[in-house]
Design a protein around this ligand. Sequence first.
Ligand code: PGA
Ligand code: ZN
Length: 430
Amino acid sequence: MVEYLKIVYVRGRQVLDSRGTPTVEATVTVRNCIDGELTEGRAIVPAGSGSGAHEAAEIRDGGDAFMGMGVKTAAQNIEKYLQEPLAGTEVTDQRRIDHILLEADGTEDKSRLGANALLAVSLASADAAAKALHVPLYRYLGGVQGQKMPVPMMSIVNGGAHANNSLDVQEFMIVPVGADSIAQGVEWCCEIYHVLKKILSDRGLSTGLGDEGGFSPNLSTEMEAIDFIMDAIQAAGFVPGKDVCISLDVAAGRWKGRGDRDYCMPKQKRCYSARELMQEWEDLVSKYPIFSLEDPLGEDDWEGWQELTVRLSQKTLLVGDALFATSPGRLWQGIEKGAANAVLIQPNQIGTLTETMETVRLAKEHGYRTIMSHRSGESEDSFIADLAVALNTGLIKAGAPGRGERTAKYNQLLRIEEELYGESAAVEEP
Ligand code: PGA
Ligand code: ZN
């Protein structure tokens, strides 16, 4: 292979995420050895709302501590420990770059240098390579095969850890399954979003936004939220189940139970045994057009996941987020046990681009659906939009259109679709 795009510098810095919390940005500079031209790639890592137990370890500050040294330390680690081993490496050799990152860290969970430091460099390297080669990022990452526009999953009501309201389910999403392009899908979702705002506001309910841009009204049950969304879908002129479906991210790993009740809703204080909770999901799926249920059970409840998969996998997608943590090893466990039938893909849960791609490959090989996803703490960086197209994930979760860090992803998808398909339809049946 001709190697001529060499890494010359890697730098880290502290920047802000959408919650006003510090996060890591990396810059990777490469030199074109033929003409000497320098090109800079850049990436900002997102942050979850308190990481799941199986995610790679980031170095960051607890709570809202702006004063802490966590993120600054992670950012400094980039220059201190990664500049030297990466200098001179061919930037298009992503596997080698990620291998060097893993070696430099040396821990199982990426805790020495921080998964956020590693991921920032991993993604910024790909960005630098694409720019140096003058090809769009999605095409650099996916080659000629990366061409499937994902169906958007928009979280239009926020609860759980993403909002200061009474709802315990974290995300209530709409999925425009009948749309035949990303442009049409985004348009439909925005129409429903605006109608929902009016419905809530006419009832005197709050239309304030949660962390992912969805509304966060105080409602007495999760069903009420679903019914409002069903009303909004219909009032906007769409047919639920045919044009637009509903998805939930329960994030049930946060419903820590007591005694023989395995799950307790932290806000509404209702408690369930695993068996009762599974019955709730089964009832829900029979009553509403539920496209997917994400983390309907906790990340260590393998037995529950196995049973729920037997009961519901023909009817809906059962998505492992905290369950798999984008880890090829955890997904492999799930495949062997027959747990879930879809996996959420969040690069910062695992910490390198190569491992993220490995998880997607493994999922596809074993018939699991893949959903590219943002985190609740995001930035204007739209890398995941390009990555979703490059890896043909088929679905993307990027929040509601009321916040700029979320529209950054949808807007990038609109540009990619125009470039790939012009005015013609592009989205496959979900
Ligand atoms: P998080 O939420 O980024 O707060 O973990 C995203 C998700 O659970 O899908
Ligand atoms: Zn989730």
